[in-house]
Design a protein around this ligand. Structure first.
Ligand code: ADP
Ligand code: DP6
Ligand code: CO
Length: 328
Protein backbone atom coordinates (compact mmCIF):
# COMPACT_ATOMS: atom_id res chain seq x y z
CA UNK A 1 0.00 0.00 0.00
CA UNK A 2 1.44 3.38 -1.02
CA UNK A 3 0.07 6.54 0.53
CA UNK A 4 -0.67 9.36 -1.89
CA UNK A 5 1.97 12.10 -2.11
CA UNK A 6 -0.58 14.87 -2.73
CA UNK A 7 -4.03 15.78 -1.33
CA UNK A 8 -6.88 13.59 -2.54
CA UNK A 9 -10.18 15.39 -3.07
CA UNK A 10 -13.60 13.75 -2.84
CA UNK A 11 -17.04 15.17 -3.49
CA UNK A 12 -20.18 13.54 -2.08
CA UNK A 13 -23.80 14.69 -2.16
CA UNK A 14 -26.24 14.65 0.72
CA UNK A 15 -29.29 12.42 0.63
CA UNK A 16 -32.81 12.74 1.92
CA UNK A 17 -34.28 9.63 3.48
CA UNK A 18 -37.68 8.49 2.22
CA UNK A 19 -37.63 5.62 4.72
CA UNK A 20 -35.64 6.82 7.69
CA UNK A 21 -32.93 5.40 9.89
CA UNK A 22 -33.66 6.43 13.47
CA UNK A 23 -31.87 4.16 15.91
CA UNK A 24 -28.87 1.88 16.21
CA UNK A 25 -28.52 -1.73 17.31
CA UNK A 26 -24.78 -1.20 17.74
CA UNK A 27 -23.60 2.31 18.65
CA UNK A 28 -19.93 1.64 17.83
CA UNK A 29 -20.28 -0.11 14.50
CA UNK A 30 -23.41 1.93 13.62
CA UNK A 31 -25.60 -1.04 12.77
CA UNK A 32 -29.12 0.38 12.31
CA UNK A 33 -32.41 -0.96 13.65
CA UNK A 34 -33.99 -1.07 10.18
CA UNK A 35 -33.39 -0.86 6.44
CA UNK A 36 -33.59 2.69 5.05
CA UNK A 37 -33.87 4.29 1.63
CA UNK A 38 -32.99 7.71 0.23
CA UNK A 39 -32.51 9.96 -2.78
CA UNK A 40 -29.11 11.54 -3.28
CA UNK A 41 -29.52 15.27 -4.01
CA UNK A 42 -27.56 17.16 -6.66
CA UNK A 43 -27.56 20.65 -5.08
CA UNK A 44 -26.15 19.85 -1.62
CA UNK A 45 -22.68 18.40 -1.17
CA UNK A 46 -19.38 18.30 0.69
CA UNK A 47 -15.91 18.60 -0.81
CA UNK A 48 -13.05 17.23 1.26
CA UNK A 49 -9.28 17.08 0.70
CA UNK A 50 -7.10 14.71 2.74
CA UNK A 51 -3.37 14.15 2.86
CA UNK A 52 -1.44 11.90 5.27
CA UNK A 53 1.94 13.47 6.07
CA UNK A 54 4.90 11.99 7.95
CA UNK A 55 5.77 15.49 9.17
CA UNK A 56 2.55 15.95 11.16
CA UNK A 57 2.37 15.12 14.87
CA UNK A 58 -1.42 15.49 15.11
CA UNK A 59 -4.41 15.46 12.75
CA UNK A 60 -5.34 18.93 11.54
CA UNK A 61 -8.94 19.60 10.49
CA UNK A 62 -10.01 22.72 8.61
CA UNK A 63 -13.78 23.04 8.40
CA UNK A 64 -15.24 25.75 6.15
CA UNK A 65 -11.92 27.61 6.37
CA UNK A 66 -11.52 27.42 10.18
CA UNK A 67 -9.08 25.21 12.07
CA UNK A 68 -11.12 23.06 14.46
CA UNK A 69 -10.25 22.69 18.15
CA UNK A 70 -9.37 19.21 19.45
CA UNK A 71 -12.86 18.88 20.85
CA UNK A 72 -14.61 19.96 17.65
CA UNK A 73 -12.48 17.65 15.49
CA UNK A 74 -12.93 14.55 17.66
CA UNK A 75 -15.47 12.85 15.40
CA UNK A 76 -13.26 13.33 12.33
CA UNK A 77 -10.11 12.17 14.16
CA UNK A 78 -11.89 9.06 15.44
CA UNK A 79 -12.90 8.33 11.87
CA UNK A 80 -9.32 8.79 10.64
CA UNK A 81 -8.25 6.13 13.17
CA UNK A 82 -10.51 3.62 11.37
CA UNK A 83 -8.83 4.54 8.08
CA UNK A 84 -5.34 4.20 9.60
CA UNK A 85 -6.27 0.78 11.06
CA UNK A 86 -7.55 -0.40 7.70
CA UNK A 87 -4.52 0.85 5.80
CA UNK A 88 -1.98 -0.18 8.46
CA UNK A 89 -0.43 3.30 8.60
CA UNK A 90 0.33 5.61 11.49
CA UNK A 91 0.70 9.01 9.79
CA UNK A 92 -1.44 11.96 10.86
CA UNK A 93 -3.57 13.75 8.27
CA UNK A 94 -4.48 17.19 7.11
CA UNK A 95 -8.21 17.41 6.31
CA UNK A 96 -9.74 20.40 4.56
CA UNK A 97 -13.52 20.16 4.18
CA UNK A 98 -16.19 22.49 2.88
CA UNK A 99 -19.93 22.00 3.16
CA UNK A 100 -22.12 23.28 0.36
CA UNK A 101 -25.05 22.57 2.65
CA UNK A 102 -25.90 24.04 6.07
CA UNK A 103 -24.16 22.03 8.82
CA UNK A 104 -26.23 20.19 11.47
CA UNK A 105 -29.54 21.67 10.31
CA UNK A 106 -31.32 18.50 9.22
CA UNK A 107 -30.03 18.68 5.67
CA UNK A 108 -27.75 15.65 6.12
CA UNK A 109 -24.34 17.34 6.31
CA UNK A 110 -23.11 14.29 8.23
CA UNK A 111 -24.05 12.12 5.22
CA UNK A 112 -22.14 14.09 2.59
CA UNK A 113 -19.43 14.97 5.14
CA UNK A 114 -18.50 11.43 6.14
CA UNK A 115 -19.01 9.99 2.65
CA UNK A 116 -16.54 12.56 1.26
CA UNK A 117 -14.14 11.96 4.15
CA UNK A 118 -14.29 8.18 3.65
CA UNK A 119 -13.55 8.57 -0.05
CA UNK A 120 -10.72 11.08 0.30
CA UNK A 121 -9.07 9.58 3.40
CA UNK A 122 -9.15 5.98 2.17
CA UNK A 123 -7.56 6.83 -1.16
CA UNK A 124 -5.05 9.20 0.48
CA UNK A 125 -4.06 6.30 2.76
CA UNK A 126 -3.35 4.14 -0.28
CA UNK A 127 -6.53 2.08 -0.12
CA UNK A 128 -8.54 1.48 -3.26
CA UNK A 129 -11.91 0.45 -1.87
CA UNK A 130 -14.84 -0.63 -4.01
CA UNK A 131 -18.09 1.24 -3.45
CA UNK A 132 -19.54 -1.35 -1.09
CA UNK A 133 -16.47 -1.17 1.13
CA UNK A 134 -16.50 2.63 0.93
CA UNK A 135 -20.12 2.54 2.04
CA UNK A 136 -19.19 0.32 5.00
CA UNK A 137 -16.35 2.69 5.94
CA UNK A 138 -18.53 5.82 5.64
CA UNK A 139 -21.06 4.13 7.96
CA UNK A 140 -18.52 4.26 10.79
CA UNK A 141 -18.60 8.08 10.55
CA UNK A 142 -22.35 8.60 10.23
CA UNK A 143 -25.09 6.10 9.38
CA UNK A 144 -26.68 8.20 6.66
CA UNK A 145 -23.24 8.58 4.98
CA UNK A 146 -23.48 4.92 4.01
CA UNK A 147 -26.06 5.90 1.37
CA UNK A 148 -24.25 9.00 0.04
CA UNK A 149 -21.65 6.84 -1.73
CA UNK A 150 -24.24 6.12 -4.43
CA UNK A 151 -26.41 8.33 -6.63
CA UNK A 152 -30.16 8.36 -7.30
CA UNK A 153 -32.30 6.02 -5.19
CA UNK A 154 -30.21 4.14 -2.63
CA UNK A 155 -31.02 1.54 0.03
CA UNK A 156 -29.05 0.81 3.18
CA UNK A 157 -29.32 -2.85 4.03
CA UNK A 158 -29.45 -3.10 7.81
CA UNK A 159 -27.26 -6.20 8.02
CA UNK A 160 -26.09 -7.54 11.37
CA UNK A 161 -22.38 -6.70 11.53
CA UNK A 162 -19.66 -4.58 9.91
CA UNK A 163 -19.44 -6.84 6.85
CA UNK A 164 -23.18 -7.01 6.11
CA UNK A 165 -24.38 -3.44 6.79
CA UNK A 166 -23.90 -1.32 3.63
CA UNK A 167 -25.78 0.62 0.97
CA UNK A 168 -26.55 -0.42 -2.59
CA UNK A 169 -28.03 1.49 -5.51
CA UNK A 170 -31.65 0.81 -6.46
CA UNK A 171 -31.85 3.19 -9.40
CA UNK A 172 -28.74 5.35 -9.83
CA UNK A 173 -30.03 7.45 -12.72
CA UNK A 174 -33.80 7.50 -12.43
CA UNK A 175 -35.51 7.71 -15.82
CA UNK A 176 -38.65 9.25 -14.31
CA UNK A 177 -38.77 12.92 -13.68
CA UNK A 178 -38.60 13.36 -9.91
CA UNK A 179 -37.48 16.41 -7.95
CA UNK A 180 -37.14 17.54 -4.35
CA UNK A 181 -37.91 21.15 -3.45
CA UNK A 182 -35.82 21.94 -0.37
CA UNK A 183 -36.99 24.66 2.01
CA UNK A 184 -34.03 26.02 3.95
CA UNK A 185 -36.16 27.63 6.64
CA UNK A 186 -33.20 28.00 8.99
CA UNK A 187 -29.49 27.15 8.73
CA UNK A 188 -29.13 27.17 12.54
CA UNK A 189 -27.46 24.14 14.11
CA UNK A 190 -29.85 21.80 15.89
CA UNK A 191 -29.74 21.51 19.69
CA UNK A 192 -30.10 17.74 19.68
CA UNK A 193 -27.88 15.93 17.16
CA UNK A 194 -29.27 13.01 15.19
CA UNK A 195 -26.98 10.74 17.19
CA UNK A 196 -28.36 11.83 20.56
CA UNK A 197 -31.96 12.13 19.32
CA UNK A 198 -32.18 8.61 17.95
CA UNK A 199 -30.53 7.07 21.00
CA UNK A 200 -33.14 8.73 23.17
CA UNK A 201 -35.89 7.23 21.00
CA UNK A 202 -34.45 3.70 21.21
CA UNK A 203 -34.05 3.97 24.98
CA UNK A 204 -37.26 5.77 25.96
CA UNK A 205 -40.00 5.91 23.31
CA UNK A 206 -42.79 3.41 24.05
CA UNK A 207 -43.56 3.46 20.31
CA UNK A 208 -40.14 2.27 19.22
CA UNK A 209 -41.05 -1.31 18.32
CA UNK A 210 -44.09 -0.09 16.34
CA UNK A 211 -41.76 2.26 14.43
CA UNK A 212 -39.54 -0.67 13.43
CA UNK A 213 -42.36 -2.82 12.11
CA UNK A 214 -43.93 0.15 10.27
CA UNK A 215 -40.66 1.25 8.70
CA UNK A 216 -39.79 -2.26 7.49
CA UNK A 217 -43.17 -2.33 5.72
CA UNK A 218 -42.59 1.21 4.36
CA UNK A 219 -39.21 0.11 3.01
CA UNK A 220 -40.78 -2.67 0.94
CA UNK A 221 -43.55 -0.35 -0.29
CA UNK A 222 -41.18 2.43 -1.36
CA UNK A 223 -38.90 -0.06 -3.09
CA UNK A 224 -41.87 -1.39 -5.06
CA UNK A 225 -42.99 2.17 -5.83
CA UNK A 226 -39.54 2.93 -7.29
CA UNK A 227 -39.57 -0.23 -9.37
CA UNK A 228 -43.04 0.64 -10.74
CA UNK A 229 -42.33 4.40 -10.95
CA UNK A 230 -45.47 4.90 -8.87
CA UNK A 231 -45.07 8.51 -7.72
CA UNK A 232 -48.12 8.72 -5.47
CA UNK A 233 -47.29 5.52 -3.62
CA UNK A 234 -43.70 6.68 -3.15
CA UNK A 235 -44.75 10.13 -1.96
CA UNK A 236 -47.53 9.02 0.36
CA UNK A 237 -45.44 6.29 2.00
CA UNK A 238 -42.46 8.63 2.45
CA UNK A 239 -44.60 11.30 4.08
CA UNK A 240 -46.15 8.75 6.46
CA UNK A 241 -42.71 7.37 7.31
CA UNK A 242 -41.36 10.84 8.13
CA UNK A 243 -44.21 11.58 10.51
CA UNK A 244 -43.79 8.18 12.17
CA UNK A 245 -40.16 9.05 12.84
CA UNK A 246 -41.02 12.47 14.22
CA UNK A 247 -43.60 10.83 16.51
CA UNK A 248 -40.59 9.19 18.18
CA UNK A 249 -39.11 12.54 19.21
CA UNK A 250 -42.44 13.64 20.68
CA UNK A 251 -42.72 10.36 22.60
CA UNK A 252 -39.13 10.30 23.90
CA UNK A 253 -38.30 11.18 27.50
CA UNK A 254 -37.36 14.01 27.63
CA UNK A 255 -39.67 14.80 24.71
CA UNK A 256 -38.56 17.18 21.98
CA UNK A 257 -39.27 18.09 18.37
CA UNK A 258 -37.33 19.16 15.30
CA UNK A 259 -40.36 21.08 13.97
CA UNK A 260 -40.54 24.85 14.17
CA UNK A 261 -43.54 27.04 13.34
CA UNK A 262 -42.45 27.39 9.70
CA UNK A 263 -42.09 23.62 9.32
CA UNK A 264 -45.73 23.17 10.30
CA UNK A 265 -46.80 26.01 8.02
CA UNK A 266 -44.89 24.41 5.12
CA UNK A 267 -46.40 20.97 5.74
CA UNK A 268 -49.90 22.49 5.67
CA UNK A 269 -49.04 24.28 2.42
CA UNK A 270 -48.07 20.93 0.87
CA UNK A 271 -51.46 19.56 1.83
CA UNK A 272 -53.15 22.63 0.30
CA UNK A 273 -51.26 22.04 -2.95
CA UNK A 274 -52.45 18.44 -2.98
CA UNK A 275 -56.04 19.62 -2.55
CA UNK A 276 -55.46 21.84 -5.59
CA UNK A 277 -54.54 18.71 -7.52
CA UNK A 278 -50.75 19.06 -7.52
CA UNK A 279 -49.18 15.80 -6.38
CA UNK A 280 -46.48 16.57 -3.79
CA UNK A 281 -45.48 15.17 -0.43
CA UNK A 282 -43.29 16.39 2.41
CA UNK A 283 -40.54 14.81 4.42
CA UNK A 284 -38.22 16.11 7.15
CA UNK A 285 -35.00 14.77 8.60
CA UNK A 286 -33.66 15.71 12.02
CA UNK A 287 -34.11 19.47 11.69
CA UNK A 288 -36.82 22.02 10.87
CA UNK A 289 -36.13 22.18 7.14
CA UNK A 290 -38.85 20.65 4.96
CA UNK A 291 -38.25 18.80 1.67
CA UNK A 292 -41.04 18.40 -0.85
CA UNK A 293 -41.03 15.39 -3.14
CA UNK A 294 -42.64 16.18 -6.47
CA UNK A 295 -42.58 15.43 -10.17
CA UNK A 296 -39.99 17.41 -12.10
CA UNK A 297 -42.61 19.09 -14.27
CA UNK A 298 -44.27 20.64 -11.18
CA UNK A 299 -41.07 21.61 -9.35
CA UNK A 300 -40.77 25.25 -10.48
CA UNK A 301 -44.42 25.99 -9.80
CA UNK A 302 -44.19 24.45 -6.34
CA UNK A 303 -40.96 26.33 -5.62
CA UNK A 304 -42.59 29.64 -6.54
CA UNK A 305 -45.51 28.95 -4.21
CA UNK A 306 -43.10 28.50 -1.29
CA UNK A 307 -40.85 31.39 -2.36
CA UNK A 308 -43.81 33.75 -1.93
CA UNK A 309 -44.14 32.63 1.68
CA UNK A 310 -40.54 32.03 2.76
CA UNK A 311 -38.38 34.09 0.36
CA UNK A 312 -36.57 33.32 -2.86
CA UNK A 313 -33.25 32.36 -1.28
CA UNK A 314 -34.85 29.83 1.04
CA UNK A 315 -36.26 27.57 -1.69
CA UNK A 316 -34.11 25.34 -3.87
CA UNK A 317 -35.12 22.83 -6.53
CA UNK A 318 -32.93 19.73 -6.33
CA UNK A 319 -32.86 16.58 -8.47
CA UNK A 320 -31.36 13.13 -8.06
CA UNK A 321 -27.60 13.57 -7.66
CA UNK A 322 -24.64 11.37 -8.51
CA UNK A 323 -22.57 9.15 -6.26
CA UNK A 324 -19.17 9.99 -4.81
CA UNK A 325 -16.29 11.15 -7.00
CA UNK A 326 -12.67 10.93 -5.88
CA UNK A 327 -9.59 12.48 -7.52
CA UNK A 328 -6.55 10.38 -8.45
P1 ADP B 1 -27.08 16.78 9.87
O1 ADP B 1 -28.57 16.92 9.89
O2 ADP B 1 -26.44 17.99 9.24
O3 ADP B 1 -26.59 15.50 9.26
P2 ADP B 1 -26.05 15.64 12.34
O4 ADP B 1 -26.45 15.92 13.75
O5 ADP B 1 -26.37 14.29 11.83
O6 ADP B 1 -26.66 16.79 11.40
O7 ADP B 1 -24.50 15.77 12.16
C1 ADP B 1 -23.82 16.99 12.22
C2 ADP B 1 -22.36 16.67 12.46
O8 ADP B 1 -21.79 16.00 11.33
C3 ADP B 1 -21.48 17.88 12.64
O9 ADP B 1 -21.58 18.39 13.94
C4 ADP B 1 -20.11 17.26 12.34
O10 ADP B 1 -19.64 16.53 13.46
C5 ADP B 1 -20.42 16.27 11.25
N1 ADP B 1 -20.11 16.86 9.93
C6 ADP B 1 -20.86 17.70 9.18
N2 ADP B 1 -20.22 18.06 8.05
C7 ADP B 1 -19.03 17.42 8.07
C8 ADP B 1 -17.90 17.40 7.18
N3 ADP B 1 -17.89 18.10 6.06
N4 ADP B 1 -16.83 16.65 7.53
C9 ADP B 1 -16.85 15.93 8.68
N5 ADP B 1 -17.87 15.91 9.56
C10 ADP B 1 -18.94 16.65 9.26
C1 DP6 C 1 -33.34 11.66 10.27
O1 DP6 C 1 -26.82 9.49 9.99
O2 DP6 C 1 -27.04 11.79 10.98
O3 DP6 C 1 -31.60 11.95 8.69
O4 DP6 C 1 -25.39 7.78 12.36
O5 DP6 C 1 -25.58 9.11 14.45
O6 DP6 C 1 -24.42 10.08 12.47
P1 DP6 C 1 -25.49 9.16 12.97
O7 DP6 C 1 -26.88 9.81 12.50
P2 DP6 C 1 -27.34 10.36 11.08
O8 DP6 C 1 -28.92 10.16 11.18
C2 DP6 C 1 -29.77 10.43 10.13
C3 DP6 C 1 -31.18 10.53 10.59
C4 DP6 C 1 -32.18 11.00 9.55
C5 DP6 C 1 -32.75 9.84 8.74
C6 DP6 C 1 -31.88 9.24 7.68
O9 DP6 C 1 -31.06 9.95 7.08
O10 DP6 C 1 -32.09 8.05 7.39
CO1 CO D 1 -26.83 13.59 9.98
Amino acid sequence: MVIANHPIIAKAHTNIALVKYWGKLDNQLIIPQNDSLSITLDEFYTQTAVEFLPSLTADEVIFDGQVLSDQASLRVRTFLNHVRDLAGIDYRAKVDTKNFVPTAAGLASSASGFAALAGAASRAAGLNLNRRDLSRLARLGSGSATRSIFGGFVAWQQGHDDATSFAYPIDEQPTWDIAVVALVLTAKQKKISSRVGMRLAVETSPFYSAWISASQADFKTVKTAIQNQDFELLGHTSEQNAMRMHALTLSSDPNFTYFNADSIKAMNMVKDLRLQGIPCYFTMDAGPNVKIICQGADAERIAQYFQTEFGEEQVLVTRPGSGISISD
